[in-house]
Design a protein around this ligand. Sequence first.
Ligand SMILES: NC(=O)c1ccc[n+]([C@@H]2O[C@H](COP(=O)([O-])OP(=O)(O)OC[C@H]3O[C@@H](n4cnc5c(N)ncnc54)[C@H](O)[C@@H]3O)[C@@H](O)[C@H]2O)c1
Length: 269
Amino acid sequence: MSYGLLKGKKGIIFGALNEQSIAWKVAEKCHQEGAEFILSNAPIAIRMGELNGLAEKCNAEVIGADATSIEDLEKLFDAAIAKFGKIDFILHSIGMSVNVRKGKHYTALNYDWLEKGWDVSAVSFHKVMRVAYEKDVMNDWGSILGLSYIAAQRTFPDYNDMADNKAYLESIARTFGYFFAEKNKVRVNTISQSPTMTTAGSGVKGFDAFFNYADDISPLGNATAEECADYCVMMFSDLTKKVTMQNLYHDGGFSNTGVSQKVMEKYQK
Ligand SMILES: NC(=O)c1ccc[n+]([C@@H]2O[C@H](COP(=O)([O-])OP(=O)(O)OC[C@H]3O[C@@H](n4cnc5c(N)ncnc54)[C@H](O)[C@@H]3O)[C@@H](O)[C@H]2O)c1
């Protein structure tokens, strides 16, 4: 069902890799709701070829950009300006930790890898907004979103240095959100999503266990990628104009639940 919530809105969606990706679902829903957008990802991800199918389906252009490269981002935003003039929304759905990928323990982090993951997962959010800000590409009352995880607030041992990256990401949303609101009423938020079966998600050690645990604790169950996409659409729509500088939990109630009946039953002797 379409409500036309994003009719006439233009944007850039970063981070659709394959059908499981949260950004993939966001692109499908944004298209359904009437938005036009550019799909961007790291050149290596684009070479994998899956993105073309999504682009065709959504009538979107694909433009590669390493989100850690100001030069790539400048080219991408210039292309967006040439295509759309100004834009209304940006989704930053990007994350990667070399320490997680290579199974390095948190207590023995490789700091070169930490810096790489921090740049990709957190600083790139600043870089994307910086280029958008300097090029004055956002329409008034536009909306910018990043995706986060509750490991920014609570310890999930195997989430490793991604926890620190997410804390940094959420802080960037608050601080840049202030300046973007002052400049042209643009809002900036992060959505803290439930564990979701994607390439990035399932790369975390023991992912199945904390997916199932979160599902058992959350009174509404884990939020799916499609449900996350619905929330993103709402945040890009004009129905949320005064929501800014927030970390918004989209987790079926996980963040405010101490224990659930389901978990209690597992421990009752
Ligand atoms: N899957 C989960 O459990 C979960 C939960 C909460 C938050 N998130 C967050 O959601 C976001 C999207 O992840 P996902 O779960 O859809 O996984 P995903 O693997 O489908 O998406 C991650 C994306 O980041 C892109 N990327 C990596 N390096 C890049 C670079 N240098 N430049 C541009 N793009 C780059 C990848 O190509 C990929 O498209 C991430 O920020 C992730 O941390 C995921």
